[in-house]
Design a binder for this molecule. Structure first.
Ligand SMILES: C[S@@+](CC[C@H](N)C(=O)[O-])C[C@H]1O[C@@H](n2cnc3c(N)ncnc32)[C@H](O)[C@@H]1O
Length: 282
């Protein structure tokens, strides 16, 4: 990082701009796709009988709201996210849910540097929200500082692009037609930043977490076929590049990419296997 740059400047821009807008627009679709992971995280909180839970990179607040509902009036779940549009949606959803469920609370800030109250949480969780730090050791040390003694860290991250071919189908199929799709850098902040288990282990060790447990997790996901074009034209690196192309190119790319997804379509559903890590530490 350049010394004059603010931490996470690039990711802050992305999640407050094009990626944040795409995640807000497709929130119900993404929640459908990621529902099995939501359930895994909520079950982990239930098993721990946690009272105060922090949800890092909470996005539009789906897991925060589900955990707040689980905890009921005995507990409290707070979500933190760097994206203003996603936190705005999370707060709207929390207000809507407030008449029937205990409130979830949201902070719009960078979890890497936010001045959390020390020893405030007995569980720190995340559904794919912790791979975007430019200084992950500093970020996880900051999370440790707000965890009580013996608190549990529990999060989900993606394994490698090779193990998640569905997630890179769009950019692979579009590459011959579009020269400017950014390549995935396994060491840079981003979706696959924790694909390398040894790197992830080292980051957690260096930030002071113990009893590190990184387990592969293969989950079958699905969503309606009618949402497939929306999925690949709005999300990921292709979604970003497509905003800037002319209509004719866009039509050609959409046809090419849609054809590449054919193997994942079964009737009126898209089905794929997602390869993740379930990460635990204390
Ligand atoms: C892949 S999305 C996951 C969102 C949410 N956990 C979910 O499952 O729907 C990653 C989230 O991490 C957030 N994020 C990225 N860098 C962050 C940071 N430094 N501090 C807090 N949140 C961050 C993004 O804004 C985004 O909402």
């Amino acid at each position: 990082m350049h010394p004059e740059q603010r931490p996470n400047e690039e990711q802050t821009k992305l999640w407050n701009g094009i990626a944040g807008r795409a995640w807000v627009d497709t929130q119900p679709l993404l929640d459908r796709v990621l529902k099995p992971f939501e359930d895994l995280l909520v079950n982990a909180v239930a098993a721990k009988s946690a009272r105060r839970v922090l949800d890092v990179g909470c996005g539009a607040g789906t897991t925060t709201l589900a955990i707040a509902e689980l905890l009921g009036t005995n507990g409290r779940c707070i979500g933190i996210d760097i994206s203003e549009p996603m936190i705005a949606l999370a707060r709207t959803r929390a207000e809507r849910a407030a008449s029937t469920a205990p409130p979830a609370h949201f902070i719009c800030a960078d979890a890497q540097i936010y001045a959390f109250e020390p020893a405030a949480f007995d569980m720190v969780v995340s559904r794919f929200g912790v791979m975007f730090f430019d200084d992950p050791v500093r970020a996880f040390a900051n999370l440790r500082h707000t965890a009580k003694d013996g608190a549990e860290l529990r999060f989900l991250a993606w394994r490698s692009p090779a193990e998640n071919p569905f997630m890179t189908t769009a950019e692979r199929a579009a590459a011959p037609l579009l020269a400017n799709i950014p390549a995935r850098d396994p060491d840079a902040p981003g979706q696959f930043a924790f694909a390398d288990r040894r790197r992830l282990n080292r980051i957690l060790e260096e930030s002071g977490w113990n009893e590190i447990d990184i387990r592969p997790l293969d989950v079958s996901c699905n969503f309606p076929e009618k949402d497939l074009v929306r999925y690949f034209t709005q999300l990921g690196p292709l979604g970003r590049v497509l905003q800037e192309v002319d209509e004719q190119t866009r039509t050609r790319v959409v046809a090419e990419v849609r054809a590449a997804f054919a193997t994942y379509v079964q009737g009126d559903e898209v089905r794929f296997n997602a390869a993740g890590w379930m990460v635990g530490a204390r």
